[in-house]
Design a protein around this ligand. Sequence first.
Ligand SMILES: Nc1ncnc2c1ncn2[C@@H]1O[C@H](COP(=O)(O)OP(=O)(O)OP(=O)(O)O)[C@@H](O)[C@H]1O
Ligand SMILES: [Mg+2]
Length: 316
Amino acid sequence: MAAIERLWRILPGCRGASAFFPLPQNMFARLLARAALPSAFLASFRRAGRAALLRLIWRKVKKLSGKLAGKMLKLCHVSYNFGSHWALKDCSLTLNKGDFLFLSGPSGAGKTTLLRLLYASLPVQRGQVLVAGFNLNTLKAREVPLLRRQVSVVFQDFKVLPHRTVFENVALALEVRGVPAPVVRRRVRAVLRGLGLEKRMDAKAGSISGGEQQRVAVARSVVVNPQVLLADEPTGNLDPDLSVRLMDLFMQFNAYGTTVIVATHSHTLIKRNPAAKVLLLDEGKITYANWPGARIFRAPDAPAPENARMPGRCPS
Ligand SMILES: Nc1ncnc2c1ncn2[C@@H]1O[C@H](COP(=O)(O)OP(=O)(O)OP(=O)(O)O)[C@@H](O)[C@H]1O
Ligand SMILES: [Mg+2]
């Protein structure tokens, strides 16, 4: 009421009205207060509602960003079928920024299918896939290039541009991203040196050996410094020395925070990197995962591990 009295004192129009209608001053103030009450109430309700809504949104955003912090990749109950054949069956997996994962398993287990899903070269049919902040379930065709700026892939059936030089093949990946020429030169040279290709830089990519072409494909993928690097049998055509060198390069990228997934049949490579996570697929199912807290499905004759849980927790 005191506020109304104050308002009354400072509003000349009200004073005039009071003079015209000879009502006692506090009675007029009361009438004015009653008339003003609903709109004031509504305004304060609106303000409170807006503030509550903002608080709610903020809490949700904080919760979500907390949940996603450090999460680079998440698959929840993912299945994929080619016609009537299920290449992936109910796979769940969570990887953090900077994880290194070996994806292994027999031929036809679903490794390439899984990588293709992560790269959006296959659509999500069942389950949920999140990669580098992109929800692949709702990803639009026009957003695919944005995803592929963050996710690089070395395909099993790698392809190089045969009529371009090794340097040009690798530089192209940076040029299409608008990287300045001096930076392109520096980065391409550094990556080619790391892969032992500095002497073949000016050779036409079609004229070099299969192993060298494979390294060109790897160089093209790593030179863009992606958040996620997917490599499908990257050592398939390489001798043991080069395989080790390539893995060291992947490890270097991984040390800088790139999440790396390497699909491989090579037990030697896996054993050489004991710190890496290992996931085995068999007939489309995750049958083994080596990190603490991961649920490990073993072959029926193998003993089930203790504290078995899924490699990725999914929203219920
Ligand atoms: N385009 C396709 N059409 C039909 N079936 C397919 C297709 N691609 C893959 N498959 C099938 O899906 C299953 C998984 O294939 P995928 O290529 O993912 O296996 P993989 O583990 O990568 O095998 P590999 O080690 O031989 O590369 C296989 O049975 C395969 O025959
Ligand atoms: Mg494959």
